[in-house]
Write a protein that binds this ligand. Sequence first.
Ligand code: PLP
Length: 434
Amino acid sequence: MNFENSREFAQGLDLQDELRQYRSEFIFPKVKGKEVIYFTGNSLGLQPKRAKAYVDEVMNDWAELAVEGHFFADKPWWDYHERFCQPLSEIVGAKPSEVAVMNTLTINLHLLMVSFYRPTAKKYKIICEEKAFPSDQYMFQSQVKFHGYEPSDAIVEIKRREGEHNIRLEDVLAKIDEVGDELALVLIGGVNYYTGQVFDMKTITAAGHKYGAYVGWDLAHAAGNIELKLNEWGVDFAAWCSYKYMNSGPGNASGIFVHEQHHQDSELNRFAGWYGHNKERRFLMEPTFDPVHGANGWQVSNLPVLSMAPYLASVEMFAEVGMAKLIKKRNLITAYLEFILNEIDKEIESAQFEIITPSNQEERACQLSVYLHGQGKELFHYLMEEGVIVDWREPNVIRLAPVPLYSSFEDMYDFGQILKEGILSKVYDKAGNY
Ligand SMILES: *Cc1c(COP(=O)(O)O)cnc(C)c1O
């Protein structure tokens, strides 16, 4: 498609947008009396209006039924988590028995590492990406130490090449070959949080399996954003948070995936709790743990129903829309944003910024990370004051994530105008040297 940097053209794209009615399902904060242009759905998704009704329902049931709500609420609390299995399995490409909603992301990755990181003297290394999300780095270090190994020896990072922003698939595969039989686990972010790079999970999973390693994925930036086929790809396990692309609200419940081939494996360690116990027998309070056959067998505690309620509202919306439509719009709106950025760069005739996200559509989703040259932080503050909500990542990157469910093409156009104005009037003047 030949894009144009004009309001009419952007409005035309909005008119053809199959998802346009979903924008009104979300609540946009206001700055200077105007709804913001929201680019941080990759950090905390906007509130879907449906979420409040789901939370209110639990609050009302609690008021009216108290303890009886566990069994007699319209959506009983004792098996509230099971409502996620079908819709969530469609979003991540799994069987319903392979997904569960519980706890929060880093906690879940720790619990899954209890099962899937079982180092021995000969096979103890973990491959991850360089500059992984800090929580993941701390997790790797503490897990490795917990098992009595040295992080500097046991954790092997895949590096970017000098002068490159993204990691090459061939380098991931070479690293797996290099570590070879010492490899116990590969655990990488499916979509890199900083650059927005999407990894070839199918190929990397198969490569790790060649050496008998387990392969897991941190899908914080992938769930609800890219097409996933976790079952088909043979991924051993995965986990994601729900508050980024999946709009569940701050710090809310996380999702996990455990491949069906592991469901009956009694050799796998796990840290057990009563909510992972045989559902029919849970309330018999028996002394011996008999896990549910499925990802729900990794549940530990009674459910945080209030934190699951907004997630359920959101998951149902995703199921209603389907990933195929989301991805179609995602590709178009991201390409349009990329076009706008390049147009602005041309118009101001000086290289003010550089998109570090892969330009190839197979290797990116909806995030574009932009490296700002010069007075980046000032431009960031200016954008925020003008109601463009972006985020800043050291040393000089703003991340822009147009979200298919609620961002409009006109937002992209407006953003371009605000950006241009900012660069010309503020940064340009103050820096003086451009
Ligand atoms: C957002 C994010 C997290 C956050 O973990 P929490 O336990 O939910 O705080 C972890 N890993 C990655 C890759 C993330 O992007």
